[in-house]
Design a binder for this molecule. Structure first.
Ligand code: BES
Ligand code: MN
Ligand code: ZN
Length: 473
């Protein structure tokens, strides 16, 4: 239980003073081969023979006269070819996974040097829990100056942690496993943690979390972690932790169910972000709430047409048991809102509709803070963790009306599914100053420079960058 390779992210770096045999890596802009110093005629001829010009997103190993690797050239093109957005130096993600074992250094400080170093580590991740180990002998390590290295390593660990959580199948990532990981994090950072499990959820008034999780023998729970001094700005993260989403009785077809181990991607993102906030010592009072459950099929499952109580008191008619994420989040949000935090950030693989609108690489985000709506997308794009603002458009609120309850959990129409889901969540938040909700896919559909195909805690780095600016100025 609670297995993760995240702490090995540090092994993608070598710390301390450069050694004479560190292998230099040249970032080569378009048509920039001539500007590379320290190449002899044979090496230049080698690059030419490979048709390497700096234009493509390519890596070429450059041999020395002894046949060893003397240096490495990475083409970064016009400077705007980051992955999936941001500066080209993010292409350093190609190196951490692609180079032979050894220690490397950047030949000269690239633009966005910290991002480039982070990209190296993000690109080096692989999910090997179920593979025979030790297939490849050793890692390619990047030489990092000690200054600033803590932040880079912590960020890489956080992303690796989020990926491990998402990639681990539901058989090994049940609500109890999410709890175990949260406890490891709390221990590492000296945070307080309490967990409400199974029937205690009813006694403690979390009826929706209980209802969604009650058909599974893997008991649902609410994880509540707190860290930092009272009196500092209160930031509350809420993450959807559905460890498997069958759809419940309104069951999903096989193709839609196949990837539903990733339906705890919001929880993974919230925990990754929490590791960054605590590890980098942001000046805030942090609270992390993870409602986690398995949305199963069984004789005790909640049903279409049921009317359920919620923590806030609003009754909810179940139009579809597959809209379970918003239900568990509603109870967690009611708890979050009660202590009037400055900010509530919600992370969830909430709707297929967000993917229909924006595709898998671009999470949707919703907020009542117009300034954040304007400033976050360009900031997020600039570090290669993009997102896009969609409106919390009140005109659709009435579509969540119910004939027999205070609200329905779905609007039975194919329209604006991501917006109505966001509006549903917003009903449970009235006191927090700022509300932001991130509807993410949580998955990279194919290998790219910043990581392999598989789980990705999208938006965690973007929100961290925003908070870092707000809380350290
Ligand atoms: N976890 C899904 C949403 C999802 C599906 C995210 C695929 C990413 C990829 C969520 O619980 C769900 O099933 N939502 C339904 C809501 C509908 C019943 C109103 C959806 O989006 O189809
Ligand atoms: Mn669902
Ligand atoms: Zn779901």
């Amino acid at each position: 239980m609670a297995e993760t390779t995240a702490w090995a992210a540090a092994e993608t770096f070598a710390l301390g003073a450069a050694a004479a045999d560190d292998i230099p890596v040249h970032f080569v802009p378009a048509d920039g081969v001539d500007a590379i110093g320290s190449l002899d005629d044979v090496q230049r001829a080698w690059l030419k023979a490979q048709k390497f010009s700096g234009n493509g997103k390519r890596t070429v190993l450059i041999p020395g006269s002894d046949g060893n690797i003397a240096s490495v050239a990475l083409g970064i093109g016009n400077g705007q070819q980051g992955e999936p957005s941001g500066p080209s130096e993010l292409l350093a993600g190609l190196l951490g996974s692609g180079l032979p074992a050894g220690t490397y250094r950047f030949a000269s400080e690239p633009a966005h040097a910290d991002l480039a170093a982070l990209a190296w580590s993000l690109g080096a991740y692989s999910f090997s829990r179920y593979l025979k180990k030790d297939k490849n002998g050793g890692r390619a390590k990047l030489r990092l100056a000690n200054a600033g290295s803590d932040r880079i390593i912590n960020t890489a660990e956080a992303v690796w942690l989020g990926r491990d959580l998402i990639n681990t199948p539901a058989s090994d990532m049940a609500p109890a496993d999410i709890e175990a990981i949260a406890r490891v994090l709390a221990e590492r950072h000296g945070a307080d943690i309490s967990v409400t499990t199974g029937d205690d959820l009813l006694a403690e008034n979390f009826p929706l979390i209980h209802a969604v999780g009650r058909a599974s023998p893997r008991q649902p729970r609410l994880i509540d972690m707190s860290w930092g001094p009272a009196g500092a700005p209160k930031i509350t993260l809420v993450g959807k932790g559905i460890t498997f989403d069958t759809g419940g009785l309104d069951i999903k077809p096989a193709s839609a169910m196949l990837l539903m181990k990733k339906d705890m991607g919001g929880a993974a993102t919230a925990l990754a972000l929490a590791h960054m906030i605590m590890g980098q010592g942001l000046k805030c009072r942090l609270r992390v709430l993870i409602p986690t459950a398995e949305n199963s099929v069984g004789g005790d499952a909640f049903r279409p047409g049921d009317v359920l109580a919620s923590r806030l008191g609003l009754s909810v008619e179940i139009g579809n048991t597959d809209a379970e994420g918003r239900l568990v989040l509603a109870d967690a949000l009611a708890l979050a809102d009660a202590d009037e935090p400055d900010s509530i950030f919600v992370f969830a693989t909430l709707t297929g509709a967000a993917r229909t609108a924006l595709g898998p690489d671009l999470p949707a985000f919703f907020t009542n803070d117009d300034e954040l709506a304007r400033s976050l997308p360009p900031l997020a794009a600039s570090i290669g963790d993009p997102l896009w603002n969609l409106p919390l458009w009140d005109g659709y609120r009435r579509h969540l009306d119910s004939d027999i309850a205070d609200m329905n959990n779905v609007w039975e129409s194919p329209f604006a599914g991501a917006i109505t889901a966001a509006l549903f969540l917003k009903r449970f938040v009235t006191r927090a100053r700022r509300f932001a909700h991130f509807d993410l896919y949580g998955w990279r559909t194919a290998a790219r420079p910043l990581g392999p195909k598989g789980g990705e805690p999208q938006t965690a780095r973007a929100v961290m960058e925003q908070l870092r600016r707000e809380l350290t100025s």
